[in-house]
Design a protein around this ligand. Structure first.
Ligand code: ATP
Length: 306
């Protein structure tokens, strides 16, 4: 029986390895597909980052030329500052982040980082400079260690743990029976939305990028988790140029500048205080969100009393 069990065990191992390889390949092809759409210019140089100032200059873009999505968007994020983008669903917020990564080329205008047009530098060096915490983090069917170190496989165990501490997920990981060797993802441990985001934050910390891009989850996290994630992000984005696509106005209060996008145009801009004083679209959104937040707090309080 043992003689039979050994090969079966081995087959199981091979099956899992092949399956994982297929998942990795799928992800890779997705990334490659995006890369194929745009090419490095011949002789393109690496991006050299000093302070990581970002400039969007009169950017116009549509996924289809018949339907413009961004209709002349201009803004500057000075080195180390934080810009928040808010606006209705479909206004073009995520499109701005995709253009910063140069997943697509502009129809007109330019995007500059420290004065260099991102269309003229090597894409690899551009993406190296930007760390993203996406709305929905893809976890590989592998250990937490692998998932955090993904993108910088040469990182030491100490570096991974330090990043996890900053992202405030270290204690959670230690509470698992297999610690950093716990397998997560489809066939392993299922992480909650908040935990997944923390893994993404730890990944980003490990990458140590000059620019941070945070695409806030639209799905609701409970208000405590939300605040904790917010606090980790503030720690991590300190002194880095940061762009936040915000779905919750509580995230944007301390931003150096907020832009309100409306159908591909910047409708209002300013700090939180300036925009409230303006009594425009932003002030209206703020009032509506406050009402919702109050209701949620009441429900959470009532649930806590049960
Ligand atoms: P949300 O808050 O819902 O995430 P958003 O402001 O981030 O919205 P975008 O994702 O930038 O909106 O999308 C802007 C518009 O571009 C939408 O009308 C959307 O349908 C369209 N769009 C987005 N991605 C593509 C794509 N790959 N191909 C074609 N159209 C797209």
């Amino acid at each position: 029986l043992l003689q039979l069990a050994m090969p079966l065990n081995f087959l199981g191992f091979v099956y899992r390895e092949i399956r994982q390889a297929l998942i990795d390949m799928h992800t890779m092809f997705e990334l490659l597909h995006k890369d194929l759409e745009i090419k490095d210019e011949p002789g393109a140089k690496d991006l050299t980052v000093s302070g990581a100032k970002i400039e969007f200059k009169d950017c116009q873009f549509g996924y289809d030329e018949r339907r413009p999505i961004l209709k002349g968007v201009s803004f500057t994020v000075p080195a180390g500052k934080k810009l928040a983008i808010v606006g209705a669903s479909g206004a073009g917020k995520s499109t701005i982040s995709r253009l910063l990564f140069r997943f697509y080329d502009l129809d007109a205008g330019e995007v500059l980082i420290d004065g260099q047009n991102i269309a003229k530098v090597k894409q690899g060096s551009l993406r190296q400079a930007i760390g993203i915490v996406p709305q929905d983090t893809v976890l590989f069917n592998d250990t937490i260690l692998y998932n955090i170190a993904y993108g910088r496989p040469d990182a030491t165990r100490e570096e991974v743990e330090a990043a996890a501490k900053l992202a405030k997920i270290h204690d959670f990981v230690l509470s698992l029976p297999d610690g950093y060797d716990s397998v997560v993802g489809e066939r392993g441990l299922k992480l909650s939305g908040g935990e997944k985001q923390r893994v993404a934050i730890a990944r980003t910390v490990l990458k140590n990028p000059s620019i941070m891009l945070f695409d806030e989850a639209t799905s609701a996290l409970d208000s405590r988790t939300e605040q904790e994630i917010q606090a980790s992000l503030n720690d991590v984005s300190k002194d880095r140029t940061t762009l936040v696509i915000a779905h919750r106005l509580s995230t944007v209060v301390d931003a150096d500048e907020i832009i309100v996008l409306e159908q591909g145009r910047i409708e209002e801009r300013g700090t939180h205080r300036e925009l409230l004083e303006k009594e425009g679209h932003y002030a209206e959104m703020w009032r509506r969100q406050l009402e919702v937040a109050q209701k949620v707090a009441e429900v959470e309080k009532a649930a806590g009393q049960d």
